[in-house]
Design a protein around this ligand. Structure first.
Ligand code: SF4
Ligand code: SF4
Ligand code: SF4
Length: 248
């Protein structure tokens, strides 16, 4: 029985010591289906029947060629399991979160996993991996994948500052003149940036030094320092995007 080119290519992928048996079984199945030519459809149907799997969707020659091309492109990346999902499909982006929520970190402003899920869903919607694969000519290498990091506070433990895209949560603070400072100095002791001065009941925050960790507002018993809405923030590259559009 004759085999077309794609079916022959599929047969070549089978280990040599079982090729003869597989050929016979595929041809038997093709005959049972009244076929005189073995195509990729017969090979896949035979494979599914041997493996007791539901019938596969017919693979067109174009789809097969595309799959072979993708496999070639991914051969180097296959050394690194982190670039593939549990089904072996490539994932050309990585999102690293800090462990703040997991370990109940005292500095935590917002759970970075919440934003990570939103970003992941959006990248999937956009078919990011597929589009990036189509764009790259030749082998795909680890540095081609998009590296994202999100941290739950300005301490930035997941190192967003060195990724392709990185953000951290912030909790901006302000001095509320309507509340009277009792000069307990807890805010001054708490601020690790040395950004607060309290003199004669007057509280001043140096915004050049402040990193918006929100801790001073948490310890202030009088409400003289208050927190604004929590946000995410990045470096200058992302300021226009991060300044106010995503709030927790
Ligand atoms: S980035 Fe902040 S919240 Fe996350 S683990 Fe580090 S200190 Fe805790
Ligand atoms: S928000 Fe953090 S860095 Fe800013 S003044 Fe308060 S304690 Fe200091
Ligand atoms: S913690 Fe609040 S009340 Fe105490 S010194 Fe600072 S601003 Fe004043």
């Amino acid at each position: 029985m004759e085999w077309n080119e794609t079916a022959s290519l599929l047969l070549e992928k089978v280990p040599p010591f079982v090729q003869k048996t597989v050929r016979e079984k595929v041809e038997t199945l093709a005959r049972e289906r009244g076929k005189t030519l073995v195509t990729e459809a017969e090979v896949m149907a035979a494979r599914d029947s041997f493996m007791n799997k539901p019938p596969s969707v017919t693979v067109t020659p174009h789809a097969f060629a595309k799959k072979s091309e993708d496999n070639k492109k991914l051969s180097i990346l296959r050394k690194y399991p982190k670039y593939f999902d549990n089904d072996g499909n490539p994932v050309l982006y990585q999102i690293k979160c800090c462990r703040g929520a997991e370990v109940n970190c005292p500095f935590l402003i917002a759970d970075s996993n919440v934003l990570a899920d939103k970003i992941r869903n959006r990248l999937e919607e956009l078919k990011f991996t597929e589009k990036l694969m189509n764009k790259i000519e030749g082998q795909i290498l680890p540095h081609h994948s998009l590296k994202i990091a999100i941290s739950g506070c300005p301490n930035s433990c997941s190192m967003p500052q060195i990724k392709d895209f990185g953000v951290h949560a912030i909790e901006p603070v302000f001095v509320d003149p309507a509340s009277e400072c009792i000069e307990c100095m807890k805010c001054v002791e708490t601020c690790r940036e040395d950004a607060i001065t309290v003199q004669d009941g007057e509280v001043t925050i140096d915004m050049e030094k402040c990193v918006h960790c929100g801790l001073c507002a948490k310890v202030c018993p009088s409400g003289s320092i208050k927190a604004r809405k929590k946000k995410i923030s990045g470096d200058d590259r992302w300021k226009s995007w991060s300044s106010s559009q995503v709030c927790y």
